[in-house]
Design a protein around this ligand. Structure first.
Ligand code: ADP
Ligand code: MG
Length: 693
């Protein structure tokens, strides 16, 4: 149960004074449904009315606050024309403009001959200064009439800034006094305000510095948020570990046989990763482990070797891949090794139908298939295993929690291994994957040559085409990636279709096209022809981004590279350089490059370490963007900023671990206060995991 002291904050926004149903709907759109959402909406700017320029010094296009003398009223000469008031100071004149004005009101507030402080946006109107509908008009003789600093909130169409401000003030007034959940000594040492004072400060900033990520009030709130986050994750992780798993005891020497069947030696990183996974598999706790590793770092083999342990103990394993192409590729890589080791593997995708499918499912249910690779088709209801003990999920971010759970539910106390080739910065990983144990494979198999990476303006495309023709003449392969197919005409993107026609006219049937809108079977057919070497140049949209392997591909051309994210470019580049031939990546951009885009291309030229690239990506974009972009599933943060508050996050993680260790059921007074914190940040689902009472 939510502590009753929080009730005023969890009421609907409509409960705020002065926010009627119509405006409430807009506030809810801008902030969220409840009062706490308004409270947690961080101003992104500040109007500074403390500066008093003269009329001549006023900054055109900005909000200015000036002391002026009211000279003369010019009522609207005709209906619908504006009412104008001329004001002046010793440096010049400014016209105040009012539409639909009530003359009596204006005469009262701006009497001729009086001095007034006016504040609002100053515009240039044919060389003259004017201000339409000032935000404030105050008599300088009356004290305190003008707010010197006003927060500016993210707004939504139709929502006046003043209403949002009023809503925030209303929310602040409802803020109850809460027991401190942070360690008092820590608060004192950092000179942080209390939670309530921090919020009051945030919503009444006194200078732009108050809104910076390093302002004490913001640091305090960011830490609260991160602690709530980390504490919830720690509690979830702990509960999950307590959940019974099964201890897989290998009966034979399947793993040794599989290792003997490998055409290569495992890297040290692979061996270490495998050892960690095996410890989990051997223990009776349930495994929930993430393997992060760059494209081509050899995660799939590690997962397979892990599977042999479960299989050797008499259970089955399954490997879920996001696309048909990837599932087939996994099958292709693993089949020869599995065969030598005596592991029976098979594949199930949307293409399996009718009697053949029924037969496959029957064999699965009998236990005649040891490892079933597949796509979403694995999750279908009638897919039943004899004894599923290990669930492996590739490119896990492509699947939702429900999908993962549905697959796990087909097993009995099944262990879970998830993999991602998109390393994310450590700080983000703590937040997003904090409920899992993590393994990183940072080393790549030996013999990989660096991919020579260059950037060139699109104007040099003819030279690129020449270079491509030389590569093709040698019988080697080229990827050519275009951003989107049939995108809105407004965006000046080179459609893959168009590029295909262009290059097809030069290279003929050696060129293929694959894009996201093609039927799966057609897509696979093209990929298959490329894989087999029947196609030498593959024009593609980002469908090739994930995991596809063609060792003979040596050149990656990326058109409009400036429009891709850093991580995405890195993923794409990872498609080449998988064989023993030198490989290169050409980033074609349309200039002029913005600062960030230029920095992105520079980093790519400097490094191929996906972990470093992820850190740089975060630094360049700021977390907000990173989170908003293609990557889903990241919790939205109100106060904390993954890029700016990395240290706080680490501290919060340690703090959370300590809390869970010392006060696992949150029973101490601090524990009680921490429960409130979890509710405040909507992390209360974790509270349900605590022992009742
Ligand atoms: P990932 O899934 O991490 O992208 P894969 O497991 O698909 O990488 O491995 C990429 C390629 O490298 C595969 O062809 C695989 O057979 C090969 N490979 C994996 N481990 C090694 C190794 N230790 N030495 C040499 N090649 C390896
Ligand atoms: Mg893979």
């Amino acid at each position: 149960m939510r502590p009753t002291v929080l009730n005023p904050l969890f009421a609907d926004v409509t409960a705020l004074k002065g926010v009627g149903p119509r405006l409430a709907a807009l506030v809810q759109k801008a902030a969220g449904p409840r009062i706490v959402d308004v409270l947690f909406t961080r101003p992104h700017g500040l109007i500074d009315r403390s500066r008093r320029p003269t009329i001549a010094d006023a900054e055109i296009g900005s909000i200015n606050t000036m002391e002026v003398t009211v000279d003369k009223h010019h009522p609207a000469p005709v209906k619908r024309a504006p009412y104008k008031i001329i004001c002046s100071d010793e440096t010049g004149f400014i016209t105040l403009v009012f539409f639909h004005a009530r003359a009596d009101y204006l005469i009262k507030t701006l009497p001729e001959g009086s001095k007034r402080i006016i504040s609002g946006r100053v515009e240039d109107y044919g060389g003259a200064r004017q201000m339409t509908h000032p935000d404030h008009v105050v008599d300088p003789a009356v004290d305190g009439g003008l707010p010197l600093f006003e927060p500016v909130y993210p707004l939504t169409a139709g929502l006046p800034a003043s209403v949002m401000r009023k809503a925030a003030q209303g929310a602040i007034e409802r803020l109850p006094t809460l027991d401190e959940w942070q360690v008092p000594a820590w608060i004192a040492k950092n000179k942080y305000p209390s939670f309530g004072d921090a919020l009051r400060r945030l919503h009444a900033p006194q200078s732009p510095a108050d809104l910076s990520p390093s302002a004490p009030a913001l640091l305090r709130l960011a830490y609260d948020e991160l602690l709530a986050n980390q504490l919830a994750l720690s509690l979830i992780r702990k509960a999950r570990k307590k959940a019974a798993g099964r201890a897989f005891v290998a009966r034979g020497a399947l793993k040794a046989k599989a290792i003997a069947a490998l055409p290569f030696k495992l890297t040290r990183a692979q061996e270490e990763a495998l050892a960690e996974i095996e410890t989990d598999l051997a223990s009776a706790d349930r495994m929930v482990r993430l393997i992060q590793g760059d494209v081509g770092s050899g995660k799939t083999i590690v997962a397979f070797l892990a599977a042999t342990r479960a299989i050797d103990a008499g259970a089955q394993a399954t490997l879920l891949a996001p696309t048909e192409i990837l599932a087939r590729q996994h099958l292709e890589t693993l089949a020869p090794i599995a065969e030598k080791a005596g592991v029976i593997i098979d594949i199930l995708t949307g293409r399996d139908k009718g009697a053949a499918r029924a037969d496959k499912l029957a064999r699965l249910k009998e236990g005649a298939i040891n490892l079933l690779i597949g796509t979403h088709a694995l999750i279908q209801e009638d897919v039943a295993f004899a004894d599923l003990g290990l669930v492996i999920i590739d490119e896990q971010h492509r699947f939702g929690v429900q999908q993962r759970a549905a697959l796990s539910a087909k097993g009995w106390r099944a262990d879970l291994l998830v993999m991602t080739a998109t390393p994310i910065p450590r700080t983000l990983s703590l937040t997003v994957y904090g409920d899992m144990d993590a393994t990183a494979i940072r080393e790549k198999p030996p013999g990989r040559k660096p991919v020579e990476t260059r950037a060139a303006p699109i104007e040099r495309i003819e030279e690129v085409v020449d270079a491509v023709s030389r590569v093709i003449a040698r019988g080697e392969q080229v990827y050519w990636v275009c951003p989107l197919v049939e995108e809105s005409e407004l965006l000046d993107l080179t459609a893959a279709d168009e590029r295909f026609r262009h290059l097809h006219s030069i290279f003929g049937d050696k060129v293929g096209l694959v894009h996201g809108k093609m039927p799966a079977a057609e897509k696979d057919a093209v990929m298959e022809r490329f894989h087999r070497g029947a196609l030498l140049l593959l024009i593609a949209t980002t469908v090739i981004e994930v995991g596809v392997n063609a060792p003979n591909a040596v050149v990656m051309v990326i058109e409009h590279a400036e429009r891709f994210g850093l991580a995405q470019l890195h993923q794409l580049r990872g498609r080449v350089g998988r064989g023993d031939k030198p490989a290169s990546c050409l980033l074609l951009y349309k200039g002029p490059l913005g600062e960030t885009a230029a920095a992105r291309l520079k980093i790519l030229r400097e490094t191929e370490d996906g972990f470093r690239i992820a850190e740089e990506d975060l630094r360049l974009r700021g977390a907000g963007d990173l989170l908003g972009a293609a990557q889903s599933g990241f919790p939205r943060l109100h106060f904390a900023d993954y890029a700016a508050h990395g240290d706080l996050l680490l501290a919060a993680r340690d703090d959370a671990a300590l809390i869970v260790q010392k006060d696992p059921d949150l029973k101490t007074p601090r524990g009680e206060a921490l429960r409130t914190l979890l509710y405040l940040f909507s992390r209360d689902s974790a509270i349900k995991l605590l022992r009742a009472g």
